[in-house]
Ligand binder design. Sequence first.
Ligand SMILES: NC(=O)c1ccc[n+]([C@@H]2O[C@H](COP(=O)([O-])OP(=O)(O)OC[C@H]3O[C@@H](n4cnc5c(N)ncnc54)[C@H](OP(=O)(O)O)[C@@H]3O)[C@@H](O)[C@H]2O)c1
Length: 253
Amino acid sequence: MTATIALITGANKGIGFETARQLGARGITVLLGARDEKRGREAERELREVLPDADGVRFVPLDVTDAKSVQLAADWIDKEYGHLDILVNNAGIARGAPPSQSDLDEMREVYETNVFGVIRVTNAMLPLLRRVPAARIVNVSSEVGSITSQTDPASPLSQMRASLAYPTSKSALNMITAMYAKELRDTPIKVNAANPGYTATDLNRHSGFRSAAEGAEASVHLATLGPDGPSGILWGHLWTAGGPADAYGPLPW
Ligand SMILES: NC(=O)c1ccc[n+]([C@@H]2O[C@H](COP(=O)([O-])OP(=O)(O)OC[C@H]3O[C@@H](n4cnc5c(N)ncnc54)[C@H](OP(=O)(O)O)[C@@H]3O)[C@@H](O)[C@H]2O)c1
């Protein structure tokens, strides 16, 4: 039987690490993309201790901002496995200031990872994803990129401080998701955006109210969609004022 192979970028910690753990627990071979060798090897070691199949956990050097690193990762996966079933574009950084004080270099840095990094990795991996009967691409986005939620007075997001770099990078990622889904709609590949919800990780100095394991649930759900599942949607945790803490579903763009 051919193994199901998943690549998760930014998998050495936080939501990416948990996504790898949960996919690995389902018997999927997990390739842990990490830009730092030491952190990547440490994550590989940790996951091998908790997952039943140690051989099914492998660190892959991958800096999403570096075209050479991305191509080397794609070549390595091709050589080792010859295909890829699941790509989780999880790596991300958060910076931001109010629009009137935004620094363009900081914006470029955020877009390089959260926007261009996703395109770079996706295009490098697509030839491998096209070789399997039901590939899945998950772009880890955020509800903060939802223009509808940010402008809806009833949404908790409309109460948050106005900030440019991170939210707009996720709005761009949402449209990127929709456009890949459109281009690939006549193929078996499904492309969706995940909303982890506000999750306690290094990204927000652990201020989130969800655990990393909970934050990974949306990515795992979209990565393992069956043939009838959707393509081209934003799906995940639903944060509504006074609503249940664990609600999931499609979110508005
Ligand atoms: N936490 C939340 O509340 C929340 C909510 C919505 C969406 N998200 C999204 O969820 C994803 C994961 O975030 P997180 O909360 O788990 O944050 P995190 O704990 O800070 O993890 C981010 C991961 O991305 C990696 N990364 C950053 N730049 C990279 C690059 N150039 N190449 C490769 N990897 C890179 C980091 O690696 P290093 O360790 O080397 O820095 C780390 O592994 C992000 O896309 C984030 O925007 C998070």
